[in-house]
Design a binder for this molecule. Structure first.
Ligand SMILES: Nc1ncnc2c1ncn2[C@@H]1O[C@H](COP(=O)(O)OP(=O)(O)OP(=O)(O)O)[C@@H](O)[C@H]1O
Ligand SMILES: [Mg+2]
Length: 229
């Protein structure tokens, strides 16, 4: 009995995020779209992981499931050992910060000013989102996503339509947050970006996990973590 307890505890601390046989299907008329088709993913605390794959492979769908913006058709998602379906929105907000959503409301008051200062935009405090450049909006999105001091940052194509220089600033910022201990999941279709910033890459194709690679001593090697559990 005591043994079982300790293994549960270990499980909880090994994986901050765990997707177990997760699928998301959409009914489109007669057709079923298998956007995500049974994937297993494990992310450890403090890791910077990338979800990489071609357009339409299911990256954003996966991310939205992790961020609990959408419900899985099948499978389980655990955050810090807890089933995401049993968590309340207030709990979820404390765990994860979603980046790069539309900026539609005021930044959370309490920490907003301080956070904007951190991303160098305090003088833009009174600007309406549509008075900000794309890069400035991204930085405000970062500030807003950090207002709850979340453990996990979910970044879907963080450099989106940004110019190279602004994109680098955003990525540099993600690296900094990761060094400070935040767990980062970044969605990208760009291998260069994934290899430069992530420690583990989940390669997905047609909604399925194709392989998992990890940087070991500067080289990317295929590992099987997450592919069977
Ligand atoms: N709400 C929806 N209804 C029906 N099909 C959907 C829906 N959302 C996504 N899909 C389909 O699921 C598949 C995966 O979509 P998803 O947005 O996850 O891809 P992605 O890997 O993020 O692509 P991109 O790199 O272009 O952003 C696509 O074929 C898409 O058309
Ligand atoms: Mg996408």
């Amino acid at each position: 009995m005591a043994e079982k307890k300790s293994s549960e505890k270990k499980e909880k601390h090994t994986h901050l995020i765990r997707l177990r046989n997760v699928a998301k299907y959409y009914q489109m008329g007669e057709e079923i779209v298998r956007a995500v088709d049974g994937i297993n993913i494990e992310v450890r605390p403090g890791e910077f992981v990338a979800i990489m794959g071609p357009s339409g492979s299911g990256k954003s769908t996966t991310m939205n499931l992790v961020g609990s913006l959408d419900l899985a058709t099948q499978g389980d998602i655990f955050l810090d050992g807890l089933d995401i379906e049993e968590l309340h929105e207030s709990d979820l907000a404390q765990v994860r910060g979603m980046m790069f959503q539309d900026i539609d409301s005021e930044v959370r008051e309490a920490r907003a000013e301080q956070l904007l200062k951190m991303v160098g935009l305090e003088e833009r405090m009174d600007h309406h989102p549509n008075q900000l450049s794309g890069g400035e909006q991204q930085r405000v999105a970062i500030a807003r996503s950090l207002a709850n001091n979340p453990e996990i940052i979910l970044a879907d194509e963080p450099t989106g339509n940004l110019d190279t220089k602004t994109g680098e600033i955003v990525l540099h910022y993600l690296d900094k947050l990761n060094k400070e201990g935040k767990t980062i999941i970044m969605v990208t279709h760009d291998p260069r970006l994934a290899e430069e910033h992530a420690q583990v890459i989940f390669h997905i194709k047609d909604g399925k996990l194709e392989k998992v690679t990890k940087k070991i001593k500067g080289r990317w090697v295929v590992i099987d973590r997450g592919t069977h559990n």
